[in-house]
Design a binder for this molecule. Sequence first.
Ligand SMILES: Cc1cc2nc3c(=O)[nH]c(=O)nc-3n(C[C@H](O)[C@H](O)[C@H](O)COP(=O)(O)O)c2cc1C
Length: 266
Amino acid sequence: MNVFEAIEQRRSVRSLVPTEIPMEDLEKIVDAGRLAASGMNTQPREFIIITDKKIIEQLSMAQGFIRDASAVIAIVADESASRFWLEDMSASTSNMLLAATALGYASCWVEGTLLRVEDEAKKVLGVPADKKLIVAIPLGKAARAGSQAPKKPFDEIVHYDGIPAILLRISRLGDRGKRAKGKMEISVMVREIMSGCERITNYELLHAPDFGVRSSEFFLIPNSDAVLSACALHADRSRCEAFRVRNPKSVHSTLVANPSATSNSK
Ligand SMILES: Cc1cc2nc3c(=O)[nH]c(=O)nc-3n(C[C@H](O)[C@H](O)[C@H](O)COP(=O)(O)O)c2cc1C
């Protein structure tokens, strides 16, 4: 299994059945954690491989399903060694979850529930009081097939060359004839923008005074909160509409379909 397949297949499994996990596999998984990136290469982490059933049972005080694990890997971190200790530990955890997946084992990142019983768990594993024990990875075989928890869509969270912005159109209410003409031109322009917008080549076009749409103004603003307050400001004398722009640096190629963030009209 290559790394992309492992990323695709990894999921948090909280329903385990016993399976044989050779020590060689456990060490391979831990080695993936050892080899992870760390801030300034400080590597403030140690790993505990736990196969003793009694100890595993004790660790299930953090979360019940741990008792069904065939093995558990715990990470101990030295928070005094690096201000990046948490990130370093997380990098190791991610690597180990992927390695476990690649080797065919079910796993889960257990941290939230372990935190609540950290002191007791440290005693169980003989971890010194000044060290952190906040991640455990129970390993086993999945009791049933399941899928990864839903993830946000790619297009919603991936941006190119910059953060998303909002293109705000404010159509001022002028006299009747002008308004009708302005609205028509606006909708033509917006349609062009929406359909690939090859003709919108730069910001100047949007702001050009001779653009012909005197009753409208266009603003590129960086986030939807700003859109909301701008719309509120103009609500009494304008019609405001907002369009999401994926890449504020090149509007022409990045304006996305109108998610219609806000629309106020009077
Ligand atoms: C920092 C962190 C803490 C977590 N703590 C727990 C935990 O205590 N118990 C648990 O069952 N899952 C825990 N998880 C797993 C998440 O619930 C899981 O990753 C998330 O629901 C997405 O599901 P997936 O891993 O199947 O993609 C934790 C994950 C992370 C990254």
